[in-house]
Design a binder for this molecule. Sequence first.
Ligand SMILES: [Zn+2]
Length: 314
Amino acid sequence: MPVITEDESLSSWAHRANLDVQFYLQSRERISSRLFYGDPDFDSTPDLKTFLASREEIVSTNAFDSSTMWTIPPGVADFVCELCLRDSLKNHHALIFKKSWRYVMNPICNSHGSLLSTFPPRSTDRMQYLSNLPRSMRTRLQHKALEVIVSTAHQQQIRLNSSAPSITSFAITTNRKAEVLKFIAQLFLHSGDQTGGIASFFLTSPRPRNRHRQAMGWRLLFISGAVESSSLERACALIMLGIVSGDIGEEEINTLTAVLTSHDYFESLAPYDLGRLSKFMLPEHATSITKRLNEYVSVMKCDAYLKFLRGFEL
Ligand SMILES: [Zn+2]
C-alpha cells in the first residue's frame, strides 16, 4: 500500500492504493461508500479513521483532515498544479493530488509559485481526476502583468494561510478576523446574473450569463461566487484583501497599478477605488453590505480599510 505523501488528499491516496489488487478487493467497497456520502478528499468519519488506524503503514489517522473549512466543493471543479503532477510522476511513478488545491484562498501552488489549472469536476466515481480537458484561463492579461499578479498574490496567500496559527489564518474558522476577511473576499468574488465581483471584472472576461442568479439573495451570490471563481480571480481577490487590510502598502500598489495600466487596464487599485467599484457592482444590496462592513472596523483597524469604506459609502 502506498505511503501517504505530504498534503495528499484521501481520494488521491485511495486511488493509488486501489492499484494494489489485494487491497482493492478488501477495501474498495468500504472506502467508496464513505466517499459517496462524504467529501472524497477530507472525509474522516470515525469508521474511516478506525479503518486507517488498523493499517500499520499509515502514520496518522488525521492525515486527510482539511486545514480549512473553506474548500471548493468537488462537484464544482478540480484544480491542479501541473508541475506538482509532473514531479509526482517522476518521484512516485503516480499522480498525486494535494488537499490544498481544494482550498478557496489557495489559488497558487506553494511549491512552484504558479497558478493552479482548472479542470471540470471529476466524473464517474469521485476518485477519478482529470477525465476532461483543462479549462482555458479567461484573461486579457499579458504574460508580464500576470507574473506580477501571481507573485504578489502568492506572498499574500502565504501571509493568510500560514500553517502556523496566526490571527489571519483561514485555518482557524472561529477567528473573527478570518471571518471578516472571508466576507470581504466573497464581496470581491461574488457571482451576479451578468458578471462577477471586481476580482472578476478587472482581469477576466465576464462570467457566462446565468438568469437563475437573479432570484438569489446576495448572501448566496457571495458564497457561490467564491467557489465558482477561477484561480486567477482568487489570486486577484487575495491582492485586494491585502490592499484593504494594509498588508500591501502604497508602494506595492503603485507598482501593480503601473504594470496593469501598461496593459490596457485603467482602474486604480487604491483602497478607496476598490470600495467605489465594489459598490458599483452591487448597487441594490449596498445598504446591507455597508452595514456589515462598518461593523468590521473594530476588527480591521487600519487606514486602508477606512479608505475602502469611504469609497463604498459614496
Ligand atoms: Zn506545484
